[in-house]
Design a protein around this ligand. Structure first.
Ligand code: PRX
Length: 648
């Protein structure tokens, strides 16, 4: 306990090594400061110059138009993200590895830029032959295999809008996302490998399709080879369609503001929202952030452990990397299959230079023990990254010492599905690192910490809400099909300013520390889940009358899920029912949402106006004393009864 407390107060500052600094793309603090200043004072000049490094079919007339909450970037410009990821490199990097793939069973594949270009062109033609047109939505429900990137790039190539659904989501979650986007085509696989087992993606898809009407065709990649039913006319094997497809498919010139992709994420209401990103701004911002934050060098091998089903997989497995002509490694499976050394064995095998992972994974690595990474040669590593949740100083120090061998800088990158790219981080060749602090704003980003009235909090280290003052190129443009929700969710609390939903504080050096969500959003193993989403799943069970879900601190996952439920009459609490409710949530959403604990109780703590007092539930869930005002409770005896309810 003593040690943890000492670490929590970690105030040491770590500097990038001279060896790293010398070769870094940006290695003078002055350079960061000049560019940062320019990015805010002359955004047209700054972003225009960056955008000019990409290929445009037609130049933009104006860099930015901002009518809060609506931003338009690179107005009038025409480009294609697949062109910038592929065609642009054919001459200079055609035979360079674009994707290194390691399957969970140990199979591997390498796709050069040339080969990836060919596969993408062929699949783009397949999509066209299935009737997919510019603007149509395509849902992608695949494992972490190269076909996931191929499918994404093929959609982008013809101007179709992809919606990637994480392979760990259930049939019911998939159906909701297909319906919301009204997708025309679904791309899936027979199955995917995970921890030695097979995830039945096609079976889940079939179940989802029973509840959807919009899908006309299903393309199935053969990955695991198990028997799957194929519905004639609707279902097609990927390899059969690809066999006859032409490899010639020019990239469609897209307007800078044409929709690029939808990605669903959890909010504080029950229904996940479809975050919409558009073409020009997203391309330019992910291109630049990848280059500078990961200090990408031409011969680097880069490995991000995120799945393409999340924004990290979109921006920092696929698009940011390929736009830079880099080599990106995709790993299909679990980090502890066949043993706890898997990630380190991959780093050794491919001589990975840059590793980007999440604090929850780092805490699991710590639990498994230093002996695992020690068995492998990690000398190729040059830079480490962290994303998804606040990194506790113990985990930071372990990552720095054991994995980075005190040689690699760590970038703790704060951002969101909605921001499209990294917003707050240190630049590795320039900024000293402070464990637990994400760092400084990236170019073009103007964060502020405000109190509930919107006044800036100016005292160092005083907490408040984190907002972003101005639009940045990869800002979400809307919530798919619900512009009103977009405005209400992000721009109404502080009119005209983007509200992140996070709390934060800033120290005297201008470093931001992210304190976590201030809304009803949980962060479980770096995955975002709405408490309402889990509550809706629970009340959909016939035995449940009411449900209230809260987070509680968890040493590995960051946050665990505790659900308090009351039952309808005629149903009695039992451990079996608690298990059934957990399984029900898994069925409705997916394994990532499985409650760690169900507490069946006869009443929930409510105020006289009927609002559930979550603060009390959080305290009960964490096993803490009930603190704070309980005078507004309708029935004070409920607290004692809650404490007495047995956890399952
Ligand atoms: O609370 C913040 C946390 O993750 C949320 C965004 O989740 P999502 O949209 O799923 O995107 C995750 C990957 C970008 C944020 O509101 N978060 C993300 N990165 C960090 C973080 N919290 C602290 N430090 C970070 N580096």
């Amino acid at each position: 306990m003593e040690k943890i407390e000492a670490v929590l107060k970690e105030e040491r500052v770590f500097y990038p090594s001279e060896a790293f600094r010398q070769k870094a793309r940006i290695n003078q603090l002055q350079e960061y400061e000049t560019l940062y200043k320019e990015s805010l004072e002359q955004p047209e000049a700054f972003w225009g110059r960056v955008a000019g490094e990409l290929h445009w079919f037609q130049p933009w007339q104006k860099v930015l138009e901002w009518n809060p909450p609506n931003a338009k970037w690179f107005i009038g410009g025409k480009l294609n993200l697949s062109y910038n990821c592929l065609d642009r490199h054919l001459e200079t990097r055609g035979n360079k590895a674009a994707i290194l793939f390691e399957g969970e069973p140990g199979d591997s594949r390498i796709l050069t830029y040339q080969q990836l270009h060919r596969e993408v062109c062929k699949f783009a033609n397949v999509l066209k032959s299935l009737g997919v047109q510019k603007g149509d939505r395509v849902t992608i429900y695949l494992p972490m295999i190269p076909e996931a990137a191929i499918a994404m790039l093929a959609c982008v190539r013809i101007g179709a809008v992809h919606s990637v659904v994480f392979g760990g989501f259930s049939a019911s979650a998939l159906a909701d996302r297909i319906n919301d986007a009204q997708a025309k085509v679904l791309i899936t696989a027979d199955g995917g490998y995970r921890r030695g087992g097979v995830v039945p993606l096609k079976a889940n898809s079939d179940e989802a399709l029973a509840d959807t009407k919009s899908i006309q065709h299903v393309v199935v990649v053969k990955r695991t080879g198990q028997e799957v039913p194929m519905q004639a006319g609707r279902d097609h094997w990927y390899h059969e369609l690809m066999a006859d497809a032409s490899a010639v498919c020019p990239a469609e010139p897209m307007d800078a503001e044409d929709p690029l992709f939808i990605l669903y994420t959890s909010g504080s209401t029950g229904k996940p929202k479809g975050v919409l990103h558009t073409t020009g701004g997203y391309s330019v911002y992910t291109y630049l952030t990848t280059r500078y934050i990961f200090d990408l060098q031409e011969n680097d091998t880069y490995f991000c452990t995120a799945d393409v089903g999340w924004i990290t997989g979109h921006s920092y497995v696929v698009y940011g990397l390929l736009q830079n002509g880099a080599t990106t490694l995709m790993y299909e499976g679990a980090p502890n299959f066949p043993n706890e050394g898997r990630i380190w064995s991959i780093i050794e095998k491919y001589r990975v230079n840059i590793l980007y992972t999440a604090p929850t994974a780092i805490r699991a690595f710590m639990k498994w023990g230093e002996e695992w990474p020690r068995k492998y040669n990690l000398e190729s590593l040059r830079l480490l990254g962290s994303v998804g949740e606040p990194i506790n100083p113990e985990a930071w120090l372990w990552y720095y010492r054991v994995i980075g061998q005190e040689r690699c800088p760590i970038v703790d990158t704060w951002w969101q599905t909605e921001t499209g790219g990294i917003m707050i981080t240190t630049l590795p060749g320039v900024h000293p690192m402070k464990p637990g602090h994400a760092g400084k704003p990236f170019f073009g980003v103007k964060p502020e910490i405000v109190d509930s009235s919107g006044q800036a909090v100016t005292n160092p280290d005083e907490g408040g809400h984190l907002i972003i003052e101005r639009p940045w190129p990869s800002m979400l443009r809307t919530v798919w099909g619900d512009p009103e929700r977009f405005e209400r969710q992000y721009f109404s609390q502080y009119p005209g300013r983007y509200f992140t939903g996070d709390g934060a504080k800033r120290d005297a050096d201008g470093y931001y520390m992210i304190l976590g969500r201030v809304d009803d959003v949980l962060n479980v193993s770096g995955h975002r889940l709405g408490t309402m989403e889990i509550e809706s799943a629970l009340v959909a069970h016939p035995a449940v009358a009411e449900a209230a879900v809260v987070g509680r601190p968890d040493p590995i996952k960051g946050e665990g899920i505790v659900a308090f439920v009351t039952l309808k009459s005629g149903h009695n609490p039992s451990p079996e029912l608690a298990q059934e409710l957990k399984a029900h949530v898994v069925k409705m959403i997916g394994a990532i949402a499985r409650p760690d604990e169900i507490r069946i109780t006869d009443a929930l703590p409510k105020t006289r106006s009927g609002k559930i007092m979550r603060r009390l539930l959080r305290q009960v869930a964490a096993g803490e004393e009930i603190k704070g005002d309980t005078s507004t409770l309708e029935d004070r005896a409920v607290v004692e009864r809650l404490k007495a309810s047995s956890p399952h």
